[in-house]
Design a protein around this ligand. Structure first.
Ligand SMILES: Cc1cc2nc3c(=O)[nH]c(=O)nc-3n(C[C@H](O)[C@H](O)[C@H](O)COP(=O)(O)OP(=O)(O)OC[C@H]3O[C@@H](n4cnc5c(N)ncnc54)[C@H](O)[C@@H]3O)c2cc1C
Length: 285
């Protein structure tokens, strides 16, 4: 289908984009890579009068080193993020997640910030953001604020970004000594995950000192597997200990049931994938 008619602007600064948002209010919609928004417009599930394209704002692109964090610009395409050496070194979980995210065309058009702002519960980037303790930098008429990953995902397709705000960048703290693994279960390669698990683990000798685990598609938002994190702390990094802790992976989740699998199947997947991800992140598997 052809989208309803809309006006279009492509500002070259965040300030101009914010001014356009303020001017058009509820009638405006931001477009980044368009990979999720354009299908929505074509199906006429949304019909904004003004589309504000962030594609010409150079300051929103790229990955940079900021001392104790790496910073990923919201408009950086998945393909660029996935092959960036800083990301590979300090946030390998993201490189791993992007490796299996969609197909090459989508990875070249779709953006890191667009995917996170879209907040699809089946999106591949939310769980790694939780596991890595990412921070979201959001700019609005009142200035810039930073939101922790744990507070960013509010509900289905809903984030902490206000209607008059723009996600500008995502900061990922450098955390030496953590292992990481992303486990994604799909029917067909390069599909949205039926369930996925992002695990980061810090071991001390043969013991798991800390773990942070994010779950994909186990509820209306990406979730932390906090019961597993608590159960793992102080345990030996062994197959038996990890298996026992991973049994709690579905605790507190409300996974959907759909044609790809019912809620019980997803709970089972969460347990299996958590065990695999934690073992790999701890260097056991
Ligand atoms: C065929 C196909 C397969 C896919 N498979 C996967 C997959 O396996 N895993 C996966 O994770 N994703 C997948 N995707 C989605 C892909 O990751 C998209 O890139 C992503 O969902 C949206 O990014 P975008 O840059 O295209 O954003 P857009 O579609 O342009 O925007 C998405 C939404 O976010 C808002 N938005 C965008 N940028 C900002 C910003 N900076 N600040 C505030 N709001 C903003 C827009 O207003 C819109 O509401 C797939 C998409 C397609 C088409």
């Amino acid at each position: 289908m052809i989208p309803a008619a809309f006006d279009y602007v492509a500002p070259t600064s965040v300030e101009d984009a914010l001014a356009a948002l303020a001017q058009h209010g509820d009638d405006a919609k931001i477009i980044a890579g368009g990979q999720s928004l354009l299908p929505v417009l074509r199906m006429r599930l949304n019909a904004p009068e003004m589309v504000i394209d962030l594609g010409r704002i150079e300051s929103l692109r790229g990955v940079r080193d900021d001392g104790d964090a790496i910073v990923i610009g919201a408009m950086t395409p998945h393909a660029v993020v996935g092959s960036d050496p800083l990301v590979e070194e300090h946030a390998t979980l993201i490189s791993k997640a992007i490796e299996h995210l969609a197909d090459a065309q989508v990875r070249h058009r779709g953006t890191f910030g667009g995917a996170l702002a879209h907040a699809d519960p089946a999106g591949d980037l939310g769980a790694p953001a939780l596991a890595l303790g990412a921070e979201f930098v959001i700019q609005g008429p009142g200035g810039t604020r930073t939101v922790a990953a744990d507070d960013f995902f509010v509900d289905l397709f809903e984030t902490a970004i206000g209607d008059d705000e723009i996600l500008t960048e995502v900061r990922i703290p450098k955390r030496g000594g953590w292992g990481a693994q992303y486990e994604k279960f799909v029917r067909v390669a390069h599909q949205w995950p039926i369930v996925a698990v992002a695990a980061t683990v810090r071991t001390d000798g043969g013991t798991i000192a800390e773990a942070r685990i994010g779950l994909t598609n186990m509820g209306s938002t990406p979730l932390r597997a906090r019961a597993v994190e608590e159960a793992l702390a102080g345990q030996p990094a062994t197959e038996d200990a990890v298996r026992a802790a991973a049994e709690q992976a579905a605790e507190g989740t409300e996974p959907p049931s759909d044609l790809n699998g019912d809620a019980d199947y997803r709970r089972h997947l969460a347990r299996v994938l958590t065990r695999r991800a934690v073992l790999a992140a701890a260097g056991v598997a």
